[in-house]
Design a protein around this ligand. Structure first.
Ligand code: HEC
Length: 320
C-alpha cells in the first residue's frame, strides 16, 4: 500500500507542476505553438517579409520544428540586437521562458499538429508595411541596376521630400525593393542648407568614389557613418531589423525642405537584377512632448555574431 501511495503522490506532483510546456506529449501546434508564432514570429516569417520562410501554418512550420527549437534556445530568434546590459527597451522582442519552453517542447514531442479547433484566428497583416499605412512614402525614382558579380560601391540617392512645413514623425520604415541584393540601407534626412553629399543630384545614383567617402568604411562592426551638421539618420534597413518607432509622447522633427538620402549598399548575387527601395513615414497625430533623435552608437565592444552591421536595438529603443 505504501508503495502505491508513493506512486500516486509522484503522479499528482507531476500533474501539478507540468504545464503543456513541460510535458511535450501535450504540446500541439494549434493550441500552443501558433499563438507564440503569431505574437513573436509572423511579422517577419510571412511571404514578402524579411525571413526566408513563412511560419503561418502547420505545414509551414512542421519542417522547421527542430531549427525553431535551436534558434529560440540560442536566443537567435527573434533577432534582438540590443544588449540587455544597456537597460530595458520599449520594443523588447525577447521571448519569455514559457514561450521558449513551449516551442522546444513541441519539437521534443514530435511536433504534433493537434486539433485545428484549438487554433487562434489567423492574424491579418497590412501588406507591405509593418508600421501600418504610412502617411508618406518616398521611393527611389528609378530602378537601380545591380550587376551579376563584382563589388558595388556605396551609392547615395537623394529624394526630396518637398515638405513645405515641418513634420513630426513617429515611425519610419525603410524597405528594400529587392531583398536578394540589398545588404543594408541607411536613410538620412538632410535639412536645407546642409552640405552633405552636395554633389549628388536628386534621383541620380551618386558614388563619391572609393576612398573619398567623407567618413570611414562600414566594417560590419556596427557603425556606418558619422553624420555632420544638418544630417540625421532617419532610418535603417538591415535584414531582420525593425522599423523605427519613437516612444509614446515623442516624435522626431523633419524640417520643411528636407531631402531624404538613401545610402544603398548592394551586394551582387550572381544574377543581374534591379532594386527600387522605399521608405514609409507615419506622422505624429499630436505634437510631441519631447523631441527624439537618432544617436549612432558604436557597437564595436558588443558581441556581434552575425558579422553584419547593426546598430544597437536595430535603431529603435536606443538613443531617443
Ligand atoms: C524581425 C524579424 C524576425 C522575427 C520577429 C523572427 N525572425 Fe526568424 N528569421 C528572420 C530572418 C531575417 C531569418 C534569416 C536570417 C537569419 O537566419 O538570421 C530568420 C531565420 C529563422 C530561422 C532559421 C534559422 C537557421 O538557423 O537557419 C528560424 C528557425 C527562425 N527564424 C525562427 C523564428 C521564430 C521561431 C521566431 C519567433 C519566435 C522568429 N524566427 C522571429 C527574421 C525574424
Amino acid at each position: 500500500m505504501t508503495h502505491r501511495y508513493a506512486i500516486a503522490t509522484v503522479l499528482s506532483l507531476f500533474a501539478a507542476t507540468s504545464s503543456a510546456a513541460t510535458n511535450p506529449k501535450n504540446v500541439t501546434f494549434h493550441k500552443d505553438v501558433l499563438p507564440v508564432l503569431q505574437k513573436r514570429c509572423q511579422e517577419c516569417h510571412r511571404p514578402g517579409e524579411a525571413a526566408p520562410m513563412a511560419l503561418l501554418t502547420y505545414k509551414d512550420a512542421r519542417p522547421w520544428a527542430k531549427s525553431i527549437k535551436a534558434a529560440v534556445l540560442a536566443r537567435k530568434m527573434p533577432p534582438w540586437f540590443a544588449d540587455p546590459a544597456h537597460g530595458s527597451f520599449t520594443n523588447d522582442r525577447r521571448l519569455s521562458q514559457d514561450e521558449i519552453d513551449t516551442l522546444a517542447a513541441w519539437a521534443d514531442g514530435g511536433a504534433k499538429e493537434g486539433n485545428a479547433k484549438d487554433a487562434p484566428a489567423p492574424l491579418s497583416f497590412s501588406t507591405g508595411w509593418t508600421i501600418g499605412k504610412p502617411d508618406a512614402v518616398f521611393e527611389m525614382p528609378n530602378e537601380f541596376k545591380v550587376p551579376a558579380t563584382g563589388t558595388v560601391d556605396y551609392t547615395w540617392i537623394v529624394v526630396p521630400t518637398n515638405f513645405t512645413e515641418d513634420k513630426w514623425v513617429e515611425k519610419v520604415e525603410v524597405r528594400p525593393g529587392n531583398r536578394g541584393v540589398v545588404h543594408h540601407i541607411v536613410m538620412m534626412a538632410r535639412a536645407p542648407g546642409s552640405n552633405y553629399m552636395k554633389a549628388a543630384k536628386p534621383g541620380v545614383p551618386f558614388t563619391p568614389g572609393r576612398g573619398k567617402q567623407t567618413q570611414g568604411e562600414d566594417t560590419g562592426r556596427g557603425i556606418f557613418y558619422m553624420l555632420d551638421g544638418g544630417v540625421e539618420m532617419a532610418g535603417v534597413y538591415v535584414p531582420g531589423g525593425l522599423a523605427y518607432e519613437t516612444r509614446p509622447g515623442q516624435a522626431r522633427l523633419i524640417k520643411a525642405g528636407t531631402d531624404l538620402i538613401f545610402q544603398m549598399h548592394y551586394t551582387a548575387n550572381g544574377k543581374e537584377t534591379t532594386d527600387r527601395s522605399r521608405v514609409g513615414i507615419v506622422f505624429a497625430k499630436n505634437p510631441p512632448k519631447e523631441r527624439g533623435g537618432e544617436h549612432v552608437r558604436r557597437q564595436s565592444d558588443a558581441a556581434h555574431s552575425s558579422g553584419r552591421g547593426q546598430r544597437q536595438g536595430g535603431g529603435q529603443g536606443a538613443g531617443v
